[in-house]
Each structure stands twice: as structure tokens, then as C-alpha cells.
Design a protein around this ligand. Structure first.
Ligand code: GLA
Length: 497
């Protein structure tokens, strides 16, 4: 080492060697660090090894360049798919590597990496898988959970202050009384584990118990996010190997809901391990001494709706992430038809959180979003800044007649009754013999949509109907009902046989 340093000082090439374990650690701004480990081996002018970055663990498949500057291609298999990342690395000195992730052919500003001991950042051992057992039903979520989640609007910027403000707003703007009670903090609340392995919140959440007390004081409930992997999607601490300990910590804080996200587990496990890993947390929650809603988030892989209840899940995501665009909401929402048989009180299909009010769709489209999710008996988890809503958005989220469809106690998810081009009719059976009928127009122009009562299971024409967006009773006579529905709009009815 002394020899190399001496050579550098003299301005002589020091025989570049990138071999070693390198770490970049960038402050997240909340007391935690975003870490990337590059475990490199340089031989014959080429680099091999691994790169661990947030939720990913890549193997370097190719390197070009040298001797002091390389472009590394790194790959990670993921259930038939290959994730790829490209990094540029430059040896700045024998002790410093400059690393930049390349996106769209453009390298990001280089970050300094320093040598760390060899085992640093190594993947932990896999946990022991439990024998398959049914986790007892926790008795929660008899109707689809309703509430708010930080992710869609605030992403990594969520903080104690925002959550308190949201709780204040929900408790006073009518949302709580309409049923929106679970306030969930998504990814990036996590801090570090202490010497006993106890997980703490990061600087954005100075006192999670105090926050839970505050939220409870408003007549609301508090939810958190974690995952079965060593890290979460954003590279924060996951619950891997600490399931029981974390469940106890959350119970002590007063947590009422857990969203458990698969992301970071992919660096150690394959899809076949999902059920036992979710069961581990299902059992840990059951043993925690507190009733905690269990929300599974693994994007609908491996037919989760068939085993979600078995591991204690109250809801399970059926899709990848929604975004605030008509085509995303439409693709997800209208694709849920085949899952109707799997929804029941206590166990719900979750086509992801609401984007209503986030600005990427029109109010008409947001009414369709709200109607479709309610027909689907989907969890109604607002994802907007509820502290600051337009009257139109408020009205959409607070339409009690539509919420009543979502929350109907029979718990039967709607099915598509007919489709003709861009026009679809969906039907949902309700408690007490009523039926919800939604006439959706997915087309670009206003369309006249006709429901034939005989086609939607009515032996005779219904006697009474109500339009749930116009809040008006409607005259029904004869074997059909026809409505003019605007582009991307809906006419949502509740009818009585
Ligand atoms: C995944 C989930 C999202 C959100 C983010 C947070 O993408 O599907 O809903 O929780 O992780 O990192």
C-alpha cells in the first residue's frame, strides 16, 4: 500500500486495480444513507463481480474500457425477466472509485466510493421457511379498507408533519366519517436497527408512537409499510429475519395496518418463496398482540388471490403500480373481471391506490376511477394531498352513495356483464337484493349506452333506480335503460328488482 501511495504521489501510474469491495453512501436527508456496494474483481483487464444497489443485486456480465475507467453491464434475473443496469466506474485513486449509474445513455453525476471490508453489504442468509399453515383470520376488513396512503402523492417526501396534516384534514373534511380511516405511511419512514435489532424510524418521524397516538386521537388508524426482503423498494431497512421483532415493535407503537412489499426480497428469493415469506409475517402479526390489517403487495404474481387468505392477508395487490394517467387506471381497472370470485369479507383484491385528485386525469375520468374501484369492492385508499382539494375532487372522494357500493356488506365484486366496442356494462350484486349497474364509456366520444335488464340477470324490469353521481332517482320503464355517457365517463346506477 505504501508503495502504491508513493507511486501516486510521484505522479506515476500505480498499476490500477479496482479489485475490492467499494461502497457509495449518499445521505437520503433523513439520517439514512442510500448505499451501493460494488464487489469487484479485476483480472486480465476485465471486471467481474456483483453490485448491490437499494433493492437490486446484480451480477456484472460485461465490462469494457480500462485500465482505470470501465463501463459495467450488470444483470439481475427476475422471474423470466432480466433487469439490467449500467455503471461507469473510474479509479480516482487507489482508495477512491467514482461511480455513476447510466440512464438513457447518460451517466449521472459520479459519486465517490471507498473501500470497505470484504463482507460489508453481503447478502444475509435466507430465513427458515415455515411449514405451510393457515394463519387464522384476524377478523378485520369485513368491508374493503378505506383510508389514505402517502406514496402516490408524496413518494419519498412523506414526513411526520405531512401525516399529521393529513390526519387533521381527514378528521375534519368529512373523509373520516365517510369511512377513510387508515392513514398509511408508505416507504421511507424506516431508520436503522439498533444493537438489539430493533427497528427505529428515521429523522422524518421523530416519534412513531407519539404520531400513532395523535392519529388515534383523531379517531383514525395508522398504517406502515415494510417488506420481506433485506431492504424495501427504496433501499430502506426491510423486515427480513426480524419479522416477529418488527411486528412487536409496530404493535407497541400502535400500528393498525401493514403494507408488505416484495421488492427487496428478489435479491435473495424467487417467486416460489413468496407464500412462506408472507406467512412468516402473517404469523408474526397474529402473535403481536394487536389487530393489524395485513396488505400484501407483490403485484399480483403467482395468483396471490388463491393463497392470500391462507397467509393471513386481508388484501392483496393484483397489479403493478398505478400511475396518474387514464391509460394506466383503465388498463388496471378494466382488467379485474376474472378475479371477482376471490373477493369476500376479510379478503380483497387490491388494484392499487386511488390517483383521484393528483392532476393527471380529468374529473370525469376520476369519477370513472372511483366508480370502477367501488364496483370492484377495491380498497379505497386516497393517494392525493387531502389537505388541499378542489371541491370537485372532494365531492368524488366523498360521494356516499358510491362509497356505499364499495362498502356493501355482501362483499361481492362486480363482473363485466357486456362489452360492445368501448362501451361496457358491469354489474354488482348488493346486500338486500339491490344491484349496482355501471355503464362505462372508454371511447373518445360521447356514447349512448343501453342496458337490457334481461342481459344483466333481471327476470323483470327493475321498479326503482337511482343515478349515484346525479343523486337523482331515475324513471325506469320497459326492458332497457339508455344513458348518454361522456368520453371516459360513467353512469352509475343502483337499481331495485
Ligand atoms: C412499490 C409499491 C408501491 C410503493 C413503492 C414504495 O413500487 O408497489 O405501491 O409502495 O414500492 O417504494
Amino acid at each position: 500500500m505504501k508503495f502504491i501511495l508513493a507511486m501516486c504521489t510521484l505522479g506515476v501510474s500505480y498499476g490500477a486495480d479496482l479489485t475490492g469491495n467499494w461502497l457509495t453512501a449518499t445521505p437520503n436527508g433523513d439520517g439514512t444513507l442510500r448505499k451501493v456496494w460494488l464487489h469487484l474483481k479485476m483480472q486480465d483487464g476485465r471486471i467481474t463481480g456483483t453490485i448491490r444497489a437499494t433493492q437490486f443485486f446484480y451480477t456484472i456480465s460485461n465490462s469494457t474500457g480500462g485500465p482505470e475507467h470501465f463501463t459495467l453491464t450488470a444483470v439481475m434475473p427476475d422471474e423470466g425477466r432480466e433487469r439490467r443496469a449500467t455503471y461507469e466506474v473510474t479509479l480516482a485513486s487507489s482508495d477512491e472509485l467514482l461511480v455513476s449509474l447510466v440512464r438513457n445513455n447518460t451517466p449521472a453525476t459520479p459519486i465517490s466510493a471507498h473501500r470497505v471490508p470484504d463482507g460489508d453489504g453481503a447478502l444475509p442468509a435466507r430465513v427458515t421457511m415455515p411449514a405451510p399453515r393457515k394463519v387464522a383470520d384476524n377478523g378485520l376488513a369485513r368491508t374493503p379498507p378505506m383510508g389514505w396512503n402517502s406514496w402516490n402523492k408524496f413518494h419519498t417526501r412523506v414526513s411526520d408533519e405531512i401525516v399529521r396534516g393529513v390526519a387533521d384534514a381527514i378528521a375534519s373534511n368529512g373523509m373520516r366519517d365517510a369511512g377513510y380511516v387508515y392513514i398509511t405511511i408508505d416507504d421511507t419512514w424506516e431508520g436503522e436497527r439498533d444493537a438489539q435489532g430493533i427497528l427505529h424510524s428515521n429523522n422524518k418521524f421523530p416519534d412513531m408512537k407519539a404520531l400513532a397516538d395523535y392519529v388515534h386521537g383523531k379517531g383514525l388508524k395508522l398504517g406502515l409499510y415494510s417488506g420481506p426482503g433485506p431492504t424495501t423498494c427504496q433501499g430502506y431497512e426491510g423486515s427480513h429475519g426480524h419479522e416477529e421483532q418488527d411486528a412487536r415493535t409496530w404493535a407497541a407503537w400502535g400500528i393498525d395496518y401493514l403494507k408488505y412489499d416484495w421488492c427487496g426480497a428478489r435479491m435473495l428469493y424467487s417467486d416460489a418463496d413468496e407464500q412462506p415469506l408472507y406467512q412468516r409475517m402473517g404469523e408474526a402479526l397474529a402473535a403481536s398482540g394487536r389487530k393489524i390489517v395485513f396488505s400484501l403487495c407483490q403485484y399480483g404474481r403467482l395468483d396471490v388471490w388463491k393463497w392470500g387468505p391462507q397467509v393471513g392477508g386481508n388484501l392483496w395487490r393484483t397489479t403493478g403500480d398505478i400511475s396518474d394517467r387514464w391509460d394506466s387506471m383503465e388498463r388496471i381497472g378494466f382488467n379485474q373481471d376474472s378475479l371477482a370470485p376471490f373477493a369476500a369479507p376479510g379478503h380483497w383484491n387490491d388494484p392499487d391506490m386511488l390517483e383521484i385528485g393528483n392532476g393527471g386525469m380529468t374529473d370525469t375520468e376520476y369519477r370513472t376511477h372511483m366508480s370502477l374501484w367501488s364496483m370492484l369492492a377495491a380498497p379505497l385508499v386516497a393517494g392525493n394531498d387531502v389537505r388541499d382539494m378542489t371541491p370537485a375532487i372532494r365531492e368524488i372522494l366523498l360521494n356516499r352513495e358510491v362509497i356505499a357500493i364499495d362498502q356493501d356488506q355482501l362483499g361481492k365484486q362486480a363482473a363485466r356483464a357486456s362489452k360492445s366496442g368501448d362501451q361496457e356494462v358491469w354489474v354488482r350484486e348488493l346486500m338486500g337484493g339491490d344491484t349496482a349497474v355501471a355503464l362505462f364509456n372508454r371511447g373518445k366520444d360521447t356514447a349512448s349506452i343501453t342496458v337490457k335488464w334481461a342481459d344483466v340477470g333481471f327476470k323483470k324490469s327493475p321498479s326503482h333506480g337511482r343515478d349515484l353521481w346525479l343523486h337523482q332517482d331515475i324513471a325506469l320503464s320497459g326492458p332497457v335503460y339508455t344513458a348518454d355517457v361522456p368520453s371516459h365517463g360513467v353512469s352509475l346506477l343502483r337499481v331495485r328488482k
